[in-house]
Design a binder for this molecule. Structure first.
Ligand SMILES: Cc1cc2nc3c(=O)[nH]c(=O)nc-3n(C[C@H](O)[C@H](O)[C@H](O)COP(=O)(O)OP(=O)(O)OC[C@H]3O[C@@H](n4cnc5c(N)ncnc54)[C@H](O)[C@@H]3O)c2cc1C
Length: 457
């Protein structure tokens, strides 16, 4: 428990600002090491991931996946009609699941003796945080874990558009949706909405989807989306949003051309860190131009005793990354592990597209840039058994990117059924530095899609 000093200031070993993925992980790990911890969170526990990110997104992806399987079942001879989702009922299940996560966090916070305060925090100096109701907390260690928020482009009519947070308030499928963006959130929302019966149009600034991911897989996914009926507009210069009356919106491009009237426009145009009104300047904490807190490899900010983790920094914005960074930091501060820090290389990730895409390590393009002619690429281009049985055209594409005469595996990229579940184990192998022969020495599990990874030569 905390102790109050003579000035009525509450004292802790650690104050965590933000109770999302990173903040909760920091608080739990530090308390586990015996630290007295306060955690400030004005909104729902779990932050973006639990409330407007990974969890509700995956729930919607699962609904879409079920819809796709019903359609496949029908092709395979099952007597099922066209899939139609009662969104309200599904959302009740989704929110019950999320409510249970909140409850579980509350119980764990109590059990760990963490003082959880439902309020915002602001830094007063290097050791002091003030809550919105004026309570002052002091600690030798302060963690900033305030995450980020969706960002809208600064164009006329931007206020007519929605962002990903709003998607989670839909209680019915809009008829026709325009999504602006080509990153993973845009791709995921497009896939879910199209599979659940909407007509989706994607407006992408660049020439392709998922810049930064392996190009060949991204192109295969584009092909799949096109086949599924998603309209793709590349090299699109967004100029403004227009109110077309009767609740419809139109997207206007660089030459003034208007899109079809849309029932909703969603901006998936990036996120910005939550660093305004956080008192960073008073505490001497430096940020980059977008407001991300600058940290070194140990999550130290420019001010001693203040650290930052997760989306508020400019590192990879994923829940397990925020959690892993938080745990290592707490091990360093409270468990004497002086060298503990997160290795940000080879972090696996999944795009919950339709089908899902999983990736770890270097894309072919990045590998060629780094290793030139030393790069060797292996491919498996196949139809998953269920798609072959139902005779649907969708094809999977798996790729191994290897380097050198020993064929060290530096990238694994999977697009296809169950890619999301297949990747985790192979990510361990890549991190351990396997070569192609190690995969070949592993007996395949047959008949699966996963076996393609060990059969590629
Ligand atoms: C649509 C979407 C889908 C995603 N899907 C995935 C996925 O599938 N897999 C994955 O790994 N990642 C996914 N992410 C990313 C993931 O949600 C984030 O990387 C993760 O939540 C970051 O954790 P964090 O602790 O840094 O921030 P957050 O989880 O955002 O938590 C920050 C918390 O700080 C609080 N806060 C802000 N300011 C203050 C203040 N002044 N005082 C006190 N508290 C404050 C906020 O209320 C918030 O609860 C997704 C994100 C989005 C938007």
């Amino acid at each position: 428990m905390s102790t109050g000093n003579d000035q009525g200031v509450m004292e802790f070993d650690l104050v965590v600002i933000g109770g999302g993925s990173g903040g909760l992980a920091a608080a739990f790990r530090a308390a586990g090491h015996g630290a007295r911890v306060a955690m400030l969170e004005p909104n729902a526990l779990g932050g973006t991931c639990v409330n407007v990110g990974c969890v509700p997104k995956k729930a919607m992806w699962l609904a879409a996946h079920v819809a796709e399987n019903i359609a496949l079942a029908s092709r395979l001879g099952f007597d099922v009609g066209a899939p139609r989702l009662d969104w309200c009922e599904f959302i009740t299940h989704r929110q019950r699941y999320i409510h249970n996560i909140h409850e579980s966090y509350r119980k764990r916070l109590d059990a760990a003796g963490i003082v959880a305060m439902p309020t915002r925090g602001r830094l007063l100096d290097a050791n002091t945080v003030e809550t919105s109701d004026g309570v002052r907390l002091q600690a030798p260690h302060i963690v900033i874990a305030t995450g980020g928020h969706p960002w809208r482009p600064d164009v006329p009519g931007a206020g007519l558009g929605l962002v990903s947070d709003d998607f989670f308030h839909f209680d019915a499928a809009p008829g026709r949706v325009g999504i602006v963006g080509g990153g993973y959130i845009a791709v995921e929302l497009a896939g879910v909405l199209q599979s659940l019966g909407c007509c989706v149009e994607l407006f992408v600034r660049g020439p392709r989807l998922l810049g930064g991911f392996d190009r060949e897989l991204a192109e295969r996914l584009q092909h799949n989306y096109h086949q599924a009926g998603v309209a793709l507009h590349f090299d699109h210069a967004l100029q403004s949003l227009h109110d077309a009356g009767a609740g419809k919106r139109q997207i206007v491009d660089g030459v003034g051309e208007r899109s079809q009237p849309l029932d909703a426009v969603i901006f998936a145009t990036g996120r910005r860190p939550n660093t305004v009104e956080l008192g960073l300047a008073s505490a001497g904490v430096d940020t980059d131009r977008q407001g991300h807190v600058l940290v070194d490899a140990f999550q130290n900010t420019s001010t001693g005793g203040i650290y930052a983790i997760g989306d508020v920094t400019d590192r990879i914005a994923l829940t397990p990354v925020a959690i892993a960074a938080a745990r290592r930091l707490m091990d360093r501060l409270f468990a004497g592990k002086a060298d503990a820090k997160l290795d940000y290389d080879n972090i696996p990730t999944v795009v919950f597209s339709h089908p899902p895409m999983a990736t770890v390590g270097l894309s072919e393009e990045d590998a060629r840039e780094r290793h030139g002619d030393e790069v060797h690429v292996y491919r498996a281009d196949f139809r998953a058994m269920v798609h072959a049985l139902a005779d649907v055209p969708q094809r999977s594409l798996f790729k191994l990117v290897c380097v050198g005469s020993e064929r060290r595996v530096v990238g694994i990229h999977l697009l296809g059924e169950a890619a999301d579940e297949i990747m985790q184990g192979f990510a361990v192998a890549l991190k351990k530095g396997i070569v192609l022969d190690d995969l070949a020495d592993t007996v395949a599990i047959h008949p699966t899609s996963a076996e393609e990874v060990v059969l590629m030569r």
